[in-house]
Write a protein that binds this ligand. Structure first.
Ligand code: P6P
Length: 368
């Protein structure tokens, strides 16, 4: 379906989504959401680029600490509000969860733990989970940052065997489940990230391949630049914060040391590339091949990255491009979040290199 429509580079995202909607009426409403994502990412790109100007209103810290315990930058708050507003006014969204929100909220801002307050109207059939500006601590130094978005459908809840019969009986977890936010990555219907770097790239999948759009600022449109991309199966780049190496578990240390020494499956000595901003590291991995990861360590016993709005959406894109994404023992896409801000160890990228990690863990009794 996509081939005859979407192999034409230069097609704008708007036209791409219109054609997808014509050919796939059942997902036409998702294309409406991407209209909002398109606009929001252009606006965030502009905010990021201008954020370092002395006249910018977005410099510095908001003065709050978010649920992650991180000092919230003004840009974190502004981009979160911008994305929420853009998605909310599509009329297609029932619930949204964000790294910058303590709990998932409905369209009018009710936290889902007040489950009797949840307002989900007919037609609001999607749940959006997102990190509005991942890597924002890097923005002052001009290092790439990004927005990560996952889209789920309002599923018949409690596939997770909660015993919540009706909303009054629900615990906070069950209320969140009720609000359909705690779904595994295998339930994703779409994922996207926007990378704010030397260019602004919007990379998306609707479950049928990965499409890269580049922002052409002369016309103010994202244009298709790499249709249906596939990650190289072999690679010579690993991308980890090696300062943590001695704190990783044994299987992870063994594999990375082999890649360093050139004694891994490929027999090639790998180079290390790491910018400490997930969207930038994953995008380079997707295009050049490689393995990006943030394993568990003795300090971050569940790793650092969030399953719901970082690990799962990025894993969906990586797998759709022919790559793999694992915790070591489990496919990241199959991990069911127990709570919204759950962290997950992950290693993703070129199939053959990630398979080395999976094989090493299979022989170990590691927890992950
Ligand atoms: P570290 C940015 O803060 C982030 O959440 C991801 O974008 C990035 O991959 C990771 O943390 C970097 O963490 O501990 O290496 O600085």
């Amino acid at each position: 379906v996509f081939d005859e429509v979407c192999e034409t580079t230069g097609v704008t995202l708007t036209r791409f989504m219109n054609e997808v909607a014509i050919l796939n009426p059942e997902i036409a409403e998702i294309t409406t959401l991407f209209g909002a994502i398109d606009t929001a990412c252009k606006a965030i790109s502009n905010l990021v680029k201008r954020s370092q100007l002395p006249s910018s209103e977005t410099l510095g810290y908001q003065g709050n600490v978010n649920v992650q315990g991180e000092d919230q930058k003004k840009l974190d708050v502004i981009t979160n509000d911008l994305l929420k507003r853009a998605l909310r006014f599509t009329g297609r969204l029932g619930i949204l969860a964000s790294e910058e929100e303590d709990e998932p909220v409905d369209l009018i801002g009710n936290a889902v733990t007040d489950s009797e307050e949840i307002v989900i109207d007919e037609g609001e059939k999607y749940v959006a989970v997102f990190d509005p500006l991942d890597g924002s601590s890097n923005v002052d130094a001009g290092i790439p940052t990004g927005t990560i978005i996952g889209i789920y459908e309002h599923d018949d809840c409690c596939e997770i065997d909660y015993d919540c019969v009706d909303e009054e009986d629900c615990t906070e977890q069950e209320a969140q489940c009720l609000a359909n936010t705690l779904q595994p990555g295998t339930n994703l219907v779409a994922s996207a990230y926007c990378l704010y770097s030397s260019s602004t790239f919007l990379v998306l999948t609707l479950g049928n391949g990965v499409y890269v759009f580049t922002l052409d600022e002369t016309i103010g449109e994202f244009v298709l630049s790499k249709p249906n991309i596939k990650i190289p199966e072999d690679c010579k780049i690993y991308s980890f914060n090696e300062a943590n190496l001695e704190k990783w578990d044994e299987p992870m240390q063994k594999v990375v040391k082999r890649w360093r020494e050139g004694t891994g499956k490929s027999g090639e000595r790998f180079s290390s590339r790491y910018i400490g901003s997930m969207v930038g590291d994953v995008h380079r991995t997707l295009l050049y091949g490689g393995v990006f990861g943030y394993p568990a360590d003795t300090k971050n016993t569940n790793g650092k990255l969030r399953l719901l709005y970082e690990g799962a959406p990025m894993s969906f894109i990586m797998e759709q491009a022919g790559g793999l994404s694992t915790t070591g023992k489990r496919r990241v896409m199959e991990c069911v979040p127990e709570y919204v801000h759950q962290r997950i160890p992950l290693v993703m990228g070129s199939k053959n290199a990630v398979q080395e990690v999976i094989d090493e863990y299979a022989e170990s009794d590691s927890a992950y």
